[in-house]
Design a protein. Structure first.
Length: 516
């Protein structure tokens, strides 16, 4: 009996083969302020996700610096849990966010977690899909579409702001910078653009992504309320990394917003991403870089800050037909200090984008809203992103306003001026009055066309300046009631202002002036 047991044990020992499983493990050697230095893991990759095993559960971190003897990483969870000596393991995955149709109408953080108390975003079985989820994981960092995969920008994104749609048009797939001092209405321009997408009839619905970087929680809550009240959350996603969020989340927020926009672009849809604002994004990146002991450059920003913003903004594109014809339009916002557009970050972003809308404090304080400085603002895509109707009407507008600005200095000597100069000044004043617009009151494209037509062609020259707003409101009302199909409907359907419609519009203006 004992002999059988010994024989069995001998056989078991002979057949026993032990192959040690090797796992690459790192150790935390330094941890503070959202940054962890890791020893080991020599085959870790840049932008890879690592898992730190802490006493109270796992915390993820992102590889940022690859040095000879250590790895510098950005902690994505609660960095207070991480202690020196904690083990770190690789995942082999890059940082990504879960995206799908159900993310529309939600407020999320840069890692895709919901912040709006409306429950889970992606259920295990959602929609018609029999198995799994209706969502995909999109990497936060992705190569921008190549030149071959793009086509030229030619469809407009109407902002509903007369001054912008007529003189600084934005096209689908363009990157247009909104720049100005604090409190000049930069966010208001972006919000009006989102609100106007509900009105932009006759074109495919634009999915809007608003990225709040380093904003006050109260401001983000106010923006959510404005969009909900206007019914705009039906096509909007908000990515929130408020001022109270760690620098790591503020740094990742625009990339998360861009990944969400790219999902819809790849599905052949049109998306619009607003980065509010990239000045705070640059500051959060500077903070992380200094903590990672990267050498500071100009204004203490790291040397790759230009590359950071260029690889983000280059992802905006109008894709070719072969790639599905989707588009991603980017509206980055930059805050200047005392109007200094020659500072480091403003000049960087100006050189990456396809034009800028410059909002000026002086104009804002004079009561001109939106406070767009038409002389310094430019769209490098230009009229190719305008409809034929707008191109026809707005062609002369910039010239008329430029002439008015040249002559404005002589307004105080009005009595000595010749008749022609007087007329130019008076028309310029009326056009300036016509371009004034209140916040959250975007005007649909066809109404912009008829109103600007009236201003440019002298139909308002005899209207008192203080009654221009009244004239505009009552005239649009008159057209809605009396000539909706003939004029407004035709412009809306065809995007053109043909001879017949122009004749009808001129006749309607004469008819209206008799009763005004």
């Amino acid at each position: 009996m004992a002999y059988d047991i010994i024989e069995k044990l001998k056989k078991e020992i002979e057949n026993f083969k032990h192959e040690a499983e090797l796992e690459n493990v790192g150790i935390i050697i330094e941890a503070s302020d959202g940054i962890a230095k890791i020893s080991g893991l020599s085959n870790a990759l840049s932008q890879e996700i690592l898992i730190i095993e802490t006493e109270t559960g796992d915390v993820s971190c992102l590889v940022s610096n690859l040095e000879e003897s250590s790895i510098g990483s950005i902690i994505l969870g609660n960095f207070e849990k991480v202690k020196i000596g904690d083990r770190v393991r690789q995942t082999g995955q890059v940082l990504s966010i879960e995206v799908g149709e159900e993310i529309i109408g939600r407020v999320v953080d840069p890692l895709g977690k919901p912040l709006d108390n409306k429950g889970v975003i992606f259920s295990a079985k959602s929609g018609p899909a029999p198995v799994g989820k209706n969502s995909e994981n999109y990497p936060l960092e992705k190569t921008a579409p190549s030149v071959v995969d793009r086509e030229s920008v030619r469809t407009p994104v109407h902002t509903g702001i007369k001054a912008i749609d007529s003189m600084i048009p934005i096209g689908r797939g363009q990157r247009e910078l909104i720049i100005g001092d604090r409190g000049t209405g930069k966010t208001a321009v972006a919000l009006d653009t989102i609100l106007n997408q509900a009105k932009d009839a006759g074109r495919s619905q634009v999915v809007c992504v608003y990225v709040a970087i380093g904003q006050k929680n109260s401001k983000i809550a106010k923006i959510v309320k404005i969009l909900e009240d206007a019914g705009a959350m039906k096509y909007t996603v908000i990515v929130s990394a408020p001022a109270s969020a760690p620098a790591a989340l503020q740094y990742l927020a625009p990339f998360a917003g861009c990944a969400i926009g790219e999902y819809f672009m790849d599905k052949g849809k049109d998306a619009l991403v607003i980065y509010d604002d990239l000045s705070k994004h640059a500051q959060s990146y500077r903070e992380l870089s200094l903590l990672l002991r990267r050498p500071p450059g100009r204004e203490a920003y790291p040397g790759d800050i230009f590359y950071l913003h260029s690889r983000l903004l280059e992802r905006a594109a109008k894709l070719s037909k072969e790639k599905g014809s989707g588009s991603l339009t980017a509206l980055p916002i930059i805050e200047t200090q005392l109007g200094d557009v020659s500072a480091y970050i403003p000049t960087n972003v100006i050189s990456i984008t396809d034009g800028q809308i410059y909002l000026e404090s002086n104009l804002f304080n004079q009561g001109l809203r939106p406070a767009v400085n038409v002389g310094l603002s430019v769209s490098r895509v230009g009229s190719s992103a305008q409809t034929k109707a707008m191109k026809k009407v707005a062609g002369r507008l910039r010239l008329e306003l430029a002439q008015f600005r040249e002559l404005q200095a002589f307004v105080q000597f009005a009595s000595d001026l010749d008749e022609n100069t007087k007329k130019k000044i008076e028309r310029g004043e009326r056009l300036t009055e016509l371009l004034k617009q209140s916040d959250r009151e975007p005007v649909s494209f066809e109404k912009e066309v008829v109103v600007l037509y009236a201003g440019i062609n002298g139909f308002m020259d005899d209207v008192p300046k203080n009654r221009i707003k009244e004239f505009e409101t009552k005239f649009v009302d008159f057209l809605e009631k009396m000539h909706k199909e003939k004029i407004i409907g035709t412009i809306q359907k065809s995007n053109e202002l043909n001879e017949e419609t122009e004749k009808n519009l001129a006749a309607a203006l004469k008819e209206f002036k008799k009763i005004f």
